[in-house]
Design a protein around this ligand. Structure first.
Ligand code: SF4
Length: 73
């Protein structure tokens, strides 16, 4: 999974970097920067919460393209 910010939708509230500094930091001019582009299981919940709480719906978790999951092991 990849954590993505749509900067055209972001309203620069700073909420994501305030609530989840382990995942985001406020960049120049208040635009958030994703610190952990591929959050592991331990950060999954925090990432999902950030997606839910962003007031402009600018954060999303997207499936990695070409990700290969080992099956059956
Ligand atoms: S919470 Fe959403 S709108 Fe606010 S800074 Fe983060 S991405 Fe932008």
């Amino acid at each position: 999974m990849r954590l993505v910010i749509d900067h055209r939708r972001c309203r620069k509230t700073g909420q994501c970097s305030y609530l989840h500094p382990e995942l985001f930091k406020a960049g120049e001019y208040g635009s958030p920067i994703v610190l952990v582009e591929h959050p592991g299981e331990e950060l999954r919940e925090a990432a999902e919460e950030a997606v839910e709480l962003c007031p402009s719906g600018a954060i999303s978790l997207v499936e990695d393209e070409g990700s290969s999951r080992e099956e059956g092991s």
